[in-house]
Ligand binder design. Structure first.
Ligand code: GLV
Ligand code: MG
Length: 346
């Protein structure tokens, strides 16, 4: 076990010190761009003003023959745009692939000072994080990078789910985790053919009542995993995210899946299609009515202690803390979005 004092020591001479706290940033949608496609890359300057995070995807969905073009395209788009407060991430190829090493070496060498986060797919255990952690420290030292590049793990293997707490606390470089429902379904041998979302056959049937029709209630296939992910992330002080929703034709189902994740503690989701940007923005910005109620709680209990009744509902120290979570998030949204600031009255 690494000793506590060594946990925050740089892993290479000349590498920046690991961050003690994560930067406070709004990350409601991580928008995926396939960087080998020049036409889509050309939209990045405009996109950067519309989303919270722009991610250049190098892994799955990028054809094998375009892997290098995607890597070079990401470097070009990282250099071409001033991202301001918008995050710049890349999803590299898996560590066991022929591309991962060059993805990291070339990208950090070329644009390591512009890159906020590397998303690492198919993380099985803390050993994957340790490997990338050490490699990044060596490259940061070599290229004199000032701010540590963070790591975001995709939770998409059964082994990764088994090792979730160890992954979440593997390094101070850990930014957070996203659920990867498509690979996770395959890894678990689930009998589905979807990228996230529910399944009409995953349901509970109401008890029989004579010959009366028996209603069936669809359940959330991802509830268990999102719950584990949220607890592992919260316990380690890192951020949980829902990942992809592949049915672009079903905005309502996407919104419902994102909202379940938001209510359970997630801070954002991936947008794979432009139509999902607005959905994520709506879902992961707190509802103004909830924010108004949170304000009422804080106003009624300025020191956060005791008990009061508001609209017949008991409030105490614990609801005050919940209200603070909503208000802090609303303030973050308001700082970026004047329209939401007005709706929140902030
Ligand atoms: C994402 O990478 C997934 O596999 O769902
Ligand atoms: Mg995947």
């Amino acid at each position: 076990m690494k000793l506590p004092r060594q946990f925050f020591a740089p892993l290479a001479i000349g590498a920046p010190a690991p961050m003690r706290e994560l930067p406070v940033r709004l990350e409601r949608m991580i928008h995926f761009v396939p960087p080998h496609l020049e036409k889509l890359r050309a939209k990045v300057p405009e996109l950067a003003g519309q989303v919270d995070v722009v991610l250049g995807n190098l892994e799955d969905a990028i054809p094998v023959e375009a892997k290098e073009a995607a890597r070079n395209g990401f470097i070009a788009m990282a250099k071409a745009v001033d991202y301001g407060v918008t995050g710049l991430w890349t999803r590299i190829n898996a560590l066991n692939s022929p591309w991962a090493l060059d993805d990291v070496i070339e990208i950090v060498g070329a644009v390591g000072d512009r890159l906020d986060v590397i998303m690492l797919p198919k993380v099985d255990g803390p050993w994957d994080i340790h490997y990338l952690d050490q490699l990044l420290a060596q490259l940061e030292a070599r290229h004199k990078i000032k701010n540590p590049i963070l790591i975001h793990a995709i939770l998409e293997t059964a082994q990764g789910v088994n090792n979730i707490e160890a992954i979440a606390s593997a390094s101070p470089r850990m930014h957070g985790m996203s659920l990867g429902p498509a690979d996770l379904a395959a890894s678990r041998a689930m009998k589905t053919t979807r990228v996230g979302g529910g399944h009409p056959e995953y349901k509970v049937l109401a008890d029989a009542n004579g010959d009366a029709p028996r209603p069936a209630y669809q359940q959330d296939l991802w509830h268990y995993t999102v719950g584990r992910m949220v607890d592992a992330c919260a316990a380690s002080g890192i951020k949980p995210f829902y990942g992809p929703f592949g049915d672009f034709s079903d905005a309502a189902a996407c919104e419902a899946q994102f909202r379940n994740a938001f209510l359970m503690g997630c801070l954002g989701a991936w947008s794979l299609h432009p139509s999902q940007i607005a959905i994520a923005k709506k879902v992961f910005s707190p509802d103004p009515a909830e924010v108004a109620f949170a304000k009422a709680i804080v106003a009624a209990m300025p020191d956060g202690a005791g008990a009061v009744m508001i609209d017949g509902k008991m409030q105490d120290d614990a609801t005050w803390k919940q209200a603070k979570v909503l208000l802090d998030l609303a303030k973050l949204v308001a700082a970026k979005d004047p329209e939401m600031a007005a709706r929140y009255g902030l």
